[in-house]
Design a protein around this ligand. Structure first.
Ligand code: NDP
Length: 235
Protein backbone atom coordinates (compact mmCIF):
# COMPACT_ATOMS: atom_id res chain seq x y z
CA UNK A 1 0.00 0.00 0.00
CA UNK A 2 2.96 2.36 0.57
CA UNK A 3 3.17 5.26 2.95
CA UNK A 4 1.79 8.77 2.98
CA UNK A 5 4.77 11.00 2.19
CA UNK A 6 5.14 14.77 2.02
CA UNK A 7 8.20 16.41 0.45
CA UNK A 8 8.56 20.19 0.72
CA UNK A 9 9.83 21.90 -2.41
CA UNK A 10 9.23 18.71 -4.34
CA UNK A 11 8.40 20.25 -7.69
CA UNK A 12 12.02 20.42 -8.90
CA UNK A 13 15.63 19.66 -8.04
CA UNK A 14 16.48 17.41 -5.12
CA UNK A 15 12.91 17.40 -3.77
CA UNK A 16 11.54 16.13 -7.08
CA UNK A 17 14.11 13.33 -7.24
CA UNK A 18 13.27 12.27 -3.68
CA UNK A 19 9.53 12.35 -4.37
CA UNK A 20 9.90 10.43 -7.64
CA UNK A 21 12.03 7.73 -6.02
CA UNK A 22 9.58 7.21 -3.15
CA UNK A 23 6.59 7.17 -5.53
CA UNK A 24 8.38 4.53 -7.62
CA UNK A 25 8.66 2.44 -4.44
CA UNK A 26 4.87 2.58 -4.10
CA UNK A 27 4.46 5.45 -1.64
CA UNK A 28 1.63 7.97 -1.94
CA UNK A 29 3.61 11.18 -2.36
CA UNK A 30 2.54 14.81 -2.03
CA UNK A 31 4.95 17.57 -2.93
CA UNK A 32 4.69 21.22 -1.98
CA UNK A 33 5.22 23.88 -4.62
CA UNK A 34 4.58 27.58 -5.03
CA UNK A 35 4.02 28.52 -8.67
CA UNK A 36 4.40 25.43 -10.79
CA UNK A 37 3.21 21.99 -9.70
CA UNK A 38 5.13 18.73 -10.07
CA UNK A 39 5.99 17.53 -13.59
CA UNK A 40 5.20 13.90 -12.66
CA UNK A 41 1.53 12.88 -12.57
CA UNK A 42 2.21 10.26 -9.88
CA UNK A 43 2.85 13.13 -7.46
CA UNK A 44 0.12 15.17 -5.77
CA UNK A 45 1.00 18.88 -5.88
CA UNK A 46 -0.06 20.95 -2.87
CA UNK A 47 0.63 24.66 -2.65
CA UNK A 48 2.69 25.81 0.37
CA UNK A 49 4.79 28.80 1.35
CA UNK A 50 7.35 27.79 4.00
CA UNK A 51 7.20 31.15 5.78
CA UNK A 52 3.44 30.88 6.35
CA UNK A 53 2.16 28.37 8.93
CA UNK A 54 -1.44 28.62 7.63
CA UNK A 55 -0.29 27.73 4.14
CA UNK A 56 1.70 24.75 5.47
CA UNK A 57 -1.34 23.61 7.45
CA UNK A 58 -3.53 23.83 4.34
CA UNK A 59 -0.99 21.80 2.33
CA UNK A 60 -0.95 19.06 4.97
CA UNK A 61 -4.77 19.04 5.09
CA UNK A 62 -4.94 18.56 1.33
CA UNK A 63 -2.24 15.87 1.30
CA UNK A 64 -3.85 14.03 4.21
CA UNK A 65 -7.31 14.15 2.65
CA UNK A 66 -5.90 12.34 -0.38
CA UNK A 67 -3.28 10.07 1.20
CA UNK A 68 -4.01 9.79 4.94
CA UNK A 69 -1.89 11.20 7.80
CA UNK A 70 1.68 11.99 6.75
CA UNK A 71 3.99 9.17 7.84
CA UNK A 72 7.17 10.29 6.11
CA UNK A 73 8.21 13.96 5.96
CA UNK A 74 11.13 15.26 3.93
CA UNK A 75 11.98 18.90 4.65
CA UNK A 76 13.75 19.99 1.51
CA UNK A 77 12.56 23.49 0.51
CA UNK A 78 15.39 25.98 0.80
CA UNK A 79 16.89 29.18 -0.56
CA UNK A 80 20.22 30.96 -0.64
CA UNK A 81 20.69 34.73 -0.53
CA UNK A 82 24.47 35.09 -0.56
CA UNK A 83 26.48 38.18 0.37
CA UNK A 84 29.52 39.07 2.43
CA UNK A 85 28.61 39.94 6.00
CA UNK A 86 29.19 43.70 5.75
CA UNK A 87 26.94 43.89 2.72
CA UNK A 88 24.34 41.39 3.91
CA UNK A 89 21.00 43.10 4.47
CA UNK A 90 19.03 42.23 7.60
CA UNK A 91 16.35 40.87 5.27
CA UNK A 92 18.77 38.47 3.52
CA UNK A 93 19.60 36.91 6.86
CA UNK A 94 16.07 36.66 8.21
CA UNK A 95 14.58 35.38 4.93
CA UNK A 96 17.10 32.55 4.63
CA UNK A 97 16.61 31.51 8.26
CA UNK A 98 12.84 31.89 7.88
CA UNK A 99 12.58 29.53 4.89
CA UNK A 100 15.32 26.99 5.70
CA UNK A 101 15.22 26.70 9.49
CA UNK A 102 11.96 28.18 10.74
CA UNK A 103 10.21 26.55 7.76
CA UNK A 104 11.60 23.20 8.92
CA UNK A 105 10.25 23.82 12.42
CA UNK A 106 6.80 24.78 11.12
CA UNK A 107 6.60 21.74 8.88
CA UNK A 108 7.85 19.26 11.46
CA UNK A 109 5.50 20.63 14.12
CA UNK A 110 2.55 20.13 11.79
CA UNK A 111 3.64 16.60 10.85
CA UNK A 112 4.40 15.14 14.28
CA UNK A 113 0.81 15.39 15.49
CA UNK A 114 -0.26 12.51 13.23
CA UNK A 115 3.00 10.59 13.63
CA UNK A 116 2.71 10.60 17.42
CA UNK A 117 -0.85 9.33 17.17
CA UNK A 118 0.32 6.55 14.83
CA UNK A 119 3.39 5.85 16.99
CA UNK A 120 5.46 5.70 13.81
CA UNK A 121 7.11 8.28 11.62
CA UNK A 122 10.16 9.15 9.55
CA UNK A 123 11.51 12.69 9.24
CA UNK A 124 14.47 13.73 7.10
CA UNK A 125 15.83 17.26 7.04
CA UNK A 126 17.91 18.28 4.02
CA UNK A 127 20.79 20.42 5.31
CA UNK A 128 24.05 21.17 3.45
CA UNK A 129 27.76 20.45 3.95
CA UNK A 130 28.04 24.21 4.38
CA UNK A 131 26.96 23.57 7.97
CA UNK A 132 30.40 22.06 8.60
CA UNK A 133 32.92 24.06 6.60
CA UNK A 134 31.09 27.40 6.20
CA UNK A 135 31.46 29.49 3.08
CA UNK A 136 32.25 33.12 2.36
CA UNK A 137 28.97 34.89 1.63
CA UNK A 138 26.84 32.27 3.36
CA UNK A 139 26.68 33.41 6.98
CA UNK A 140 22.88 33.22 6.77
CA UNK A 141 22.65 29.89 4.93
CA UNK A 142 25.35 28.13 6.98
CA UNK A 143 23.73 29.28 10.22
CA UNK A 144 20.33 27.98 9.10
CA UNK A 145 21.73 24.66 7.85
CA UNK A 146 23.78 24.12 11.04
CA UNK A 147 20.65 24.92 13.05
CA UNK A 148 18.89 22.00 11.39
CA UNK A 149 21.33 19.58 13.04
CA UNK A 150 20.54 20.82 16.54
CA UNK A 151 16.86 20.70 15.67
CA UNK A 152 17.07 17.11 14.40
CA UNK A 153 19.01 15.87 17.41
CA UNK A 154 16.54 17.43 19.85
CA UNK A 155 13.64 16.01 17.87
CA UNK A 156 15.30 12.58 17.91
CA UNK A 157 15.20 12.66 21.70
CA UNK A 158 11.64 13.95 21.88
CA UNK A 159 10.17 11.62 19.29
CA UNK A 160 12.25 8.45 19.67
CA UNK A 161 9.96 6.99 22.33
CA UNK A 162 7.12 7.19 19.75
CA UNK A 163 9.15 5.28 17.15
CA UNK A 164 9.68 8.40 15.06
CA UNK A 165 13.19 8.78 13.62
CA UNK A 166 14.66 12.16 12.68
CA UNK A 167 17.78 12.38 10.54
CA UNK A 168 19.69 14.90 8.46
CA UNK A 169 21.04 14.44 4.94
CA UNK A 170 23.86 16.81 4.16
CA UNK A 171 24.43 17.23 0.41
CA UNK A 172 27.62 18.46 -1.21
CA UNK A 173 27.45 20.08 -4.62
CA UNK A 174 24.44 18.61 -6.43
CA UNK A 175 23.48 19.50 -9.98
CA UNK A 176 20.26 21.59 -9.65
CA UNK A 177 19.00 25.13 -10.37
CA UNK A 178 20.42 26.25 -7.00
CA UNK A 179 23.97 25.04 -7.66
CA UNK A 180 23.92 26.33 -11.24
CA UNK A 181 23.76 29.87 -9.80
CA UNK A 182 27.24 29.74 -8.24
CA UNK A 183 30.23 31.28 -9.99
CA UNK A 184 32.64 29.11 -12.01
CA UNK A 185 35.38 30.06 -9.57
CA UNK A 186 33.36 28.85 -6.59
CA UNK A 187 32.39 25.64 -8.40
CA UNK A 188 36.04 24.92 -9.20
CA UNK A 189 36.98 25.50 -5.58
CA UNK A 190 34.24 23.20 -4.28
CA UNK A 191 35.21 20.45 -6.73
CA UNK A 192 38.87 20.82 -5.72
CA UNK A 193 37.91 19.95 -2.11
CA UNK A 194 35.61 17.10 -3.18
CA UNK A 195 37.54 13.79 -3.21
CA UNK A 196 35.31 12.35 -5.93
CA UNK A 197 36.00 15.50 -7.96
CA UNK A 198 32.52 15.88 -9.46
CA UNK A 199 29.01 17.08 -8.67
CA UNK A 200 26.35 14.67 -7.45
CA UNK A 201 22.92 14.07 -8.94
CA UNK A 202 19.61 14.71 -7.13
CA UNK A 203 19.10 10.91 -7.27
CA UNK A 204 22.10 10.48 -4.94
CA UNK A 205 20.20 12.38 -2.25
CA UNK A 206 17.04 10.41 -3.02
CA UNK A 207 18.93 7.16 -2.36
CA UNK A 208 19.95 8.39 1.11
CA UNK A 209 16.38 9.40 1.91
CA UNK A 210 15.11 5.98 0.79
CA UNK A 211 17.58 4.34 3.16
CA UNK A 212 16.77 6.56 6.15
CA UNK A 213 13.01 6.24 5.74
CA UNK A 214 13.06 2.56 4.73
CA UNK A 215 13.21 -0.65 6.72
CA UNK A 216 17.03 -0.77 6.57
CA UNK A 217 17.28 2.57 8.37
CA UNK A 218 14.91 1.76 11.21
CA UNK A 219 17.60 1.94 13.97
CA UNK A 220 19.11 5.21 12.73
CA UNK A 221 18.04 8.47 14.37
CA UNK A 222 19.70 11.78 15.15
CA UNK A 223 22.28 11.03 12.45
CA UNK A 224 23.84 13.33 9.89
CA UNK A 225 24.53 11.58 6.61
CA UNK A 226 26.85 13.44 4.24
CA UNK A 227 26.13 12.72 0.58
CA UNK A 228 28.80 14.92 -0.82
CA UNK A 229 31.44 13.01 -2.77
CA UNK A 230 33.58 13.55 0.33
CA UNK A 231 33.20 17.35 0.41
CA UNK A 232 33.61 18.44 4.02
CA UNK A 233 35.36 15.21 4.96
CA UNK A 234 35.96 15.12 8.69
CA UNK A 235 33.63 18.08 9.30
P1 NDP B 1 16.22 24.32 -5.96
O1 NDP B 1 16.51 25.77 -5.91
O2 NDP B 1 16.37 23.58 -7.24
O3 NDP B 1 14.74 24.05 -5.38
C1 NDP B 1 14.34 24.66 -4.18
C2 NDP B 1 12.97 24.19 -3.80
O4 NDP B 1 12.58 24.86 -2.58
C3 NDP B 1 11.93 24.53 -4.86
O5 NDP B 1 10.98 23.52 -4.91
C4 NDP B 1 11.32 25.82 -4.29
O6 NDP B 1 10.00 26.04 -4.71
C5 NDP B 1 11.33 25.51 -2.80
N1 NDP B 1 11.23 26.74 -2.03
C6 NDP B 1 12.13 27.73 -1.94
N2 NDP B 1 11.69 28.72 -1.15
C7 NDP B 1 10.45 28.34 -0.73
C8 NDP B 1 9.48 28.94 0.10
N3 NDP B 1 9.65 30.14 0.64
N4 NDP B 1 8.32 28.28 0.32
C9 NDP B 1 8.10 27.07 -0.26
N5 NDP B 1 8.98 26.45 -1.06
C10 NDP B 1 10.16 27.08 -1.29
O7 NDP B 1 17.14 23.70 -4.84
P2 NDP B 1 17.81 22.26 -4.68
O8 NDP B 1 16.93 21.20 -5.19
O9 NDP B 1 19.20 22.36 -5.15
O10 NDP B 1 17.90 22.19 -3.08
C11 NDP B 1 17.01 21.46 -2.28
C12 NDP B 1 17.55 21.49 -0.85
O11 NDP B 1 18.85 20.93 -0.82
C13 NDP B 1 17.66 22.90 -0.28
O12 NDP B 1 17.29 22.88 1.07
C14 NDP B 1 19.14 23.21 -0.43
O13 NDP B 1 19.58 24.14 0.53
C15 NDP B 1 19.74 21.83 -0.21
N6 NDP B 1 21.09 21.71 -0.78
C16 NDP B 1 21.30 21.79 -2.14
C17 NDP B 1 22.58 21.66 -2.64
C18 NDP B 1 22.89 21.71 -4.09
O14 NDP B 1 24.09 21.67 -4.46
N7 NDP B 1 21.92 21.81 -4.98
C19 NDP B 1 23.72 21.44 -1.75
C20 NDP B 1 23.39 21.37 -0.36
C21 NDP B 1 22.11 21.49 0.09
P3 NDP B 1 9.72 26.94 -6.02
O15 NDP B 1 9.88 26.04 -7.20
O16 NDP B 1 8.32 27.40 -5.80
O17 NDP B 1 10.72 28.07 -6.00
Amino acid sequence: MGRSVLVTGGNRGIGLAVATALAADGDRVAVTHRDSGPPDERLLGVHAEMTDPASIDAAFAKAEAAHGPVEVLVVNAGITRDGLVLRMEERDFTDVVDVNLHGAFRTVRRAVRGMMRARWGRIVLISSMTYAYGAPGQVNYAAAKAGMLGMARSLAWELGPRNITVNVVSPGLIDTDMSREITDQRREHLLSITPLGRTGEPEDIAAAVRYLTGESGRFVTGAVLPVSGGLGLGG
